[in-house]
Design a protein around this ligand. Structure first.
Ligand code: CAA
Length: 256
């Protein structure tokens, strides 16, 4: 892990902070590598991990995009490679086995909006602004934005936001379904923690399998309904489900 991404953890909740505040936390190669390393393997060093918050350093930005200054010397091949590695990294986040919430504390533009969209949920502070401004640079989103934005807000709004390169406020992002909650700045982390308080008390295997089943809907290589019924069968005979069902019948709290 390099210092462009900071990790902390408390009570089973890890916080991954993009830490380049002078560049509004723009994602350069170091940041992307650190995210890939952490969501790919380094998370295993945290015992009893139950959830992850992704956020940005400083007062102004979550992440203002991919680092535009790194675009000047790219070729067709190296440019596609940067985009593909970003997509692969964000797939690690999207398919992570515990809930990941983006705590969006300012600009979430381009690759920053794409990072937030790869998380399972998004909570935005009132000063947050979302957008995919890549067309202003003569580009298109490269870290999955053209695919995830329509999933979240529908095709018409995704077309409008992407083709105009415009920004929406936290409240507008909430209205169109891009974020789960838009809250005052000082409530941002508490709101994320409130969600984790609920998910943490549930069956961890079930929570992880629910993430995978919902993601299967968006995966062309999978039949989501098949994923659902086979997972349902597997879970029914799991120790976790036995405990959950027994606890219900015995009128007590499940001990997962
Ligand atoms: N890449 C590199 N540096 C960036 C950056 C980015 N995406 N966004 C901001 N910065 C840097 C600025 O260059 C500036 O650095 P200097 O002080 O060294 O000049 C510093 O951060 C502060 O930024 P501003 O002075 O511009 O701050 P502002 O308050 O006037 O404006 C802003 C804020 C509207 C977010 C503006 O910085 C901006 O438009 N940033 C670019 C947003 C953007 O286009 N993002 C998409 C990038 S492309 C992409 O992400 C492709 C992809 O999908 C893979």
């Amino acid at each position: 892990m390099n210092e462009t991404v900071l990790i902390s953890s408390e009570g089973g909740i890890a916080t991954v902070t993009i830490n380049r505040p002078k560049a509004l936390n723009a994602i350069n190669a170091d940041v992307m590598q650190a995210l890939n390393d952490w969501f790919g393997k380094e998370y295993k060093t945290i015992e009893g991990l139950k959830g992850v918050i992704v956020t940005g350093s400083g007062e102004k930005a979550f992440v203002a995009g991919a680092d535009i200054k790194g675009f000047t010397n790219l070729t067709v091949e190296s440019g596609s490679k940067v985009s593909k590695f970003g997509q692969e990294t964000f797939f690690l986040i999207e398919n992570f086995h515990v809930p990941v919430i983006a705590a969006v504390n300012g600009f979430a533009l381009g690759g920053g909006c794409e990072l937030a969209m790869s998380c399972h949920m998004r909570v935005a502070s009132m000063n947050a602004k979302f957008g995919l401004p890549e067309v202003s640079l003569g580009l298109i989103p490269g870290y999955g934005g053209t695919q995830r934005l329509p999933q979240l807000v529908g095709k018409a709004k995704a077309m409008e936001l992407t083709l105009t390169g415009g920004m929406v406020t936290a409240e507008e992002a909430h209205d169109i379904g891009l974020v789960n909650y838009a809250v005052e700045k000082d409530e941002l982390i508490d709101t994320c923690m409130g969600i984790f308080k609920k998910t943490k008390s549930k069956g961890p295997l079930a929570v992880s399998k629910a993430i995978a089943a919902i993601n299967a809907y968006y995966d062309n290589a999978k039949n989501g309904y098949e994923t659902e019924y086979s997972t349902f069968g597997d879970l029914l005979v799991s120790d976790e489900c036995k405990e959950g069902v027994s606890a219900f019948i015995e009128k007590r709290k499940a001990n997962f």
